[in-house]
Ligand binder design. Structure first.
Ligand code: SF4
Length: 206
């Protein structure tokens, strides 16, 4: 990591601080378990759609004990609006049973253990570690990868490579905030298609 790149990352961070000074955790939740479920549901679905769906789900079941008692057909019906509802229902029931069997019904505060749960990959586990337990991680989704590549912070082709690069560029204490700020910035100003470099507060400085 060159000093120039670190200085550029710090400049980006300052810009993000002016646009999104207090980025909120976007998915509604009341516990590590409900956050885990919400993040799992957000795969290939908008946060808005997930937030419209989870109140109904969590009113019925906000713990693994209650969740495993919901018939799969009922769960699929509730989850239908978020898409991939059969796969997600199966994963939710599987991971809830696993939490009961192996973790006394608690979400483990451990990245590697989280990654062993059904339907939980590295990104989902990282989000839960950061947003439920305030453990510094840098979950990289498609928005963050796109911005990191375009801002020339990382030429990584995979989320893992980009995560590795970004972790070196931003202070550990800022990871949770910066990852949310980049997502909010990307959604508002940095679409996958069509963008105006000259008018952009970040790329115009490149
Ligand atoms: S110009 Fe703006 S919208 Fe385009 S890549 Fe850069 S940050 Fe994203």
């Amino acid at each position: 990591m060159t000093p120039r790149k670190k200085a550029w990352a710090s400049e980006i961070k300052a810009i993000l601080d002016t646009y999104f000074p207090n980025p909120e955790i976007p998915l509604l939740h009341t516990s590590p378990y409900t956050l885990l479920i919400a993040v799992l549901l957000s795969a290939q679905a908008t946060d808005k759609k997930v937030n419209q769906t989870t109140p109904t789900l969590f009113a019925l079941a906000d713990t693994p004990e209650k969740m495993v008692k919901i018939p799969v057909s009922k769960l699929e019906e509730i989850l239908r609006p978020v898409g991939l509802f059969r796969t997600k229902a199966k994963a939710i029931l599987g991971l809830s049973q696993r939490l009961l069997d192996d973790f006394s019904g608690e979400v483990p505060e451990d990245l590697a253990l989280l990654e062993t749960l059904p339907g939980v990959g590295h990104k989902t586990a990282s989000v839960v570690m950061a947003q439920a337990f305030q453990v510094p991680t840098f979950p990289v989704d498609t928005h963050i990868k796109r911005c990191a590549n375009r801002w020339e912070l990382s030429s990584g082709k995979t989320p893992e490579q980009v995560e590795h690069d970004l972790k070196k560029l931003f202070p550990v204490s800022s990871w949770l905030k910066v990852h949310l700020q980049i997502i909010y910035f990307a959604r508002a100003y940095c679409p996958a298609l069509r963008h105006n470099r000259a008018a952009c507060p970040i790329c115009s400085k490149l």
